[in-house]
Design a protein around this ligand. Sequence first.
Ligand code: SF4
Length: 443
Amino acid sequence: MSAQFLATDSLPFCKGCGHSLVAKGIGQALDAIQGLSPRDVIVVTDIGCIGIIDKEFATHTIHGLHGRSIALASGIRLGLENPGKKIIVLLGDGGATIGMQHLLDAAHRNLDLKVIVHNNMLYGMTGGQPSSLTPCGYKTSIMPEGKADAGIDLVALVAAAGAPMAMRTIASAAMSAQIGDLLAAEGFAFLEVLELCTSHGVKLNPGKSVAAIAKEAGLELKILRNPHASPATILTEVRPSLLEKISPIAREWQRGLPWTQKADRSPSNTARRISIVLAGSAGEGVQTSAEILAQAAMSCGLHVSKKGSYPVTVGIGFSMAEVIISEAPIRYTGAGSPDVLLICSEDGLEKVKGLLNAKGRGMVYLDATLEPAFRRFLGHASDASLQIRAYREIAGAKSALLAAVSHYLRREGELPLEAFEASIRRHMGEKTNLDAIMKDFEA
Ligand code: SF4
């Protein structure tokens, strides 16, 4: 049992599964690194049997979507301010097949990740289906006669993509030294571990050893080193240019906007978390309005989340967006009972009826054309929480929600109007009907 990094000796895999050998090898290799603490290691796992290992490690662990573990790990590497952290990605041949592009891209960019693909030549968790790595002739649950074509030589492919180190081995109880080499390598390092799934692979291919399967398939056990690999992509080199590309808001935030200083930072204001729902019709700029509001709040240094909701028929029916604005980090992005509802079309009203029923407090900004339907539906609504204006008539259907947002901001002062106006200009340019949107609906 590993003393420090692998928290248990009782691993959750089927008896004889190669995953147990790899996990123990990782634990031993980590234990052998002088001065390394579990807090210095981030284990990123994929969907599949290997994904259930993460709870056994005493390190940071993150479990991603199927095939996306390397993309997730790449994001962590590029966003992490401490380049000393070790990031280990554990995935199966199914995850590697689904996320092949992410794997090749990370190798090509020489991101500092240590990737271990557990290649048992089938999808174990879902019943033993073949992956792109399944060798020719290997029997799987949906191909009992054996796979017709050859599996991909992943080590050769990753090396060709530019990885400084790519290795293949067979799962064994003595593989910690090889994993140690992987962990000690600079930049991107890749290890494919050939193993057997005892629940599916062994049953369907009785009597075949991993070594024999590898030999038959021409999968050499080897280490490929690329002396001409590009220098490791590290945070300090990438981050500024990424910021430049990602968002003009981020640039402006870095520079410090004039209204960031002007915004009211009194504790009663800044401690708030406000959830705002924008509801309207498809094609009437609902998502864009929410985006503009969200970016205005971001430019003031606030935390923001935005979620869109619309039918699969994106050109017809309702469109709804939830924006949460908070001084504190947002841990949960739900807005079950929003503080503010902005409604500018019948589709939108129909969609948020449930929310109106659940409300009982908060504010509603409603387009004037919807008042009869609103009263019919919610006759008991208090007028104190209801603002009715001709947003559609004044600003047009496509800008009605922006007009409602500007009315809300002017009335409640949650964000400086300058920030909102600047966000509109960034999204829509100078040609927008800004005067109508920014009209003083309180006058
Ligand atoms: S189903 Fe196969 S891959 Fe999954 S734990 Fe069992 S032996 Fe291992």
